[in-house]
Design a protein around this ligand. Structure first.
Ligand code: FAD
Length: 322
């Protein structure tokens, strides 16, 4: 018999994050023909976003809106979501492995006295058990976790489990639950964002990343141009961030963001193990480096030995002609 699985949706700047739809696809596998219920917490009218979750495969959606949920706090959102979990008693809960997911799910898991499998990249139903795959040792190996009994609670890494195709003809109820969210000890008064083109690195399909080889902040300009013509965004190694060529919000790696784009173009990056930890699971890796011995070539699908300042503008011209 199928399971009842709850998907915790995530709102960012007034829209649902893509990983919400990927979580619905994962929940459909976990539910094994059972019911997938979306839950959304925030402020204002969440009905349209609830409908969007239905279009991507949720059977129904429960929204919890409250003024205290205008900005994210784990305390507020846990207060909003926990009563829904108590009422629905799901057999599975799935959320994106984002900053919010990493913050909120352990709090919920401890309240539920449940385990939590975090940062999974694959989910499958095999012989009656749910099997999650997750990278370990900074992506050098993968472990499989099989759950045969009890609550299946997991976070999924963005960009790994394809979402189902949107179908606006799908119907499902979007209901509102009244929850009194109170006693939030953390009040977020203001969010000051670093300027960016708005594409979240962890959800980007194409990333053009620069390392110390770009030599200056101006050296990032050809990379930005390449990212733009490819519809992607720019990332960086810690070497480039430490040198002051770009902001730390762009750092990819063990102590930066973990990314899995369809295409990762590493420019002037040596391929230190700490950098590989954040990008080696990208679907296609292209490395541009003038040192043919650079370690980045060991993980690259395509390698270009050359000066990035010659190669990148040529790639921009080629792409523009396509
Ligand atoms: P370098 O190693 O200096 O490499 C520069 C490369 O550019 C060289 O290979 C060179 O051949 C090439 N190059 C130079 N000029 C050109 C040119 N004109 N055209 C083409 N190629 C050129 N690093 C991360 O990236 N992310 C992390 O999250 C991270 N976390 C860390 C955590 C810890 C605890 C520690 C100890 C280190 C961490 N590091 C991290 C740092 C990491 O070890 C490396 O120092 C860093 O990744 C090196 O950055 P880089 O490849 O840009 O620079």
């Amino acid at each position: 018999m199928g399971k009842k699985v709850l998907v915790i949706g995530e709102i960012r700047e007034g829209s649902l994050r893509n990983v919400t739809f990927e979580a619905i696809a994962a929940a459909r596998i976990v539910s094994d023909g059972g019911e997938v219920i979306g839950v959304l917490s925030g402020a204002g009218d969440l009905h349209e976003m609830g409908k969007e979750m239905v279009y991507y495969g949720a059977d129904r959606v429960i929204t919890v809106a409250h003024d205290n949920l205008k900005t994210y706090t784990s305390e507020g959102h846990a207060q909003a979501i926990f009563p829904v979990i108590e009422e629905e008693s799901p057999e599975g809960i799935i959320m994106g492995h984002t900053s919010q997911g990493k913050d909120l799910t352990p709090k919920l898991a401890s309240k539920l006295e449940s385990g939590l499998i975090s940062d999974t990249t694959e989910v499958a139903a095999e012989n009656g058990a749910i099997v999650f795959t997750r990278p370990i040792y900074s992506g050098k190996a993968f472990e499989k976790k099989e759950i045969t009994d009890g609550l299946v609670f997991a976070t999924i890494r963005p960009n790994n489990i394809p979402s189902l195709e949107r179908n606006d003809a799908l119907e499902g109820e979007v209901t509102t639950k009244d929850v009194d969210v109170k006693d939030i000890r953390t009040i977020i008064k203001d969010i000051i964002r670093k300027s960016s083109d708005g594409v979240d690195l962890s959800e980007a399909k194409v990333i053009v990343a620069g390392g110390r080889g770009v030599k200056s902040s101006e050296g990032f300009e050809p990379l930005e141009e390449l990212a733009e013509v490819l519809g992607g965004t720019v990332g960086a190694s810690r070497g480039a961030c430490d040198a002051g060529y770009c902001d730390y919000s762009l750092q990819i790696g063990q102590t930066g963001k973990v990314v899995t784009p369809d295409l990762y173009i590493a420019c002037g990056i040596s391929g230190a193990i700490q950098h590989l930890a954040g990008m080696s699971n990208s679907k296609v890796i292209v490395a541009i480096n003038k040192d043919p011995e650079a370690n980045i070539f060991n993980v690259a699908d395509y390698g270009i030995v050359g000066d990035l300042f010659d190669v990148v503008p040529k790639l921009v011209d080629e792409v523009k002609q396509m």
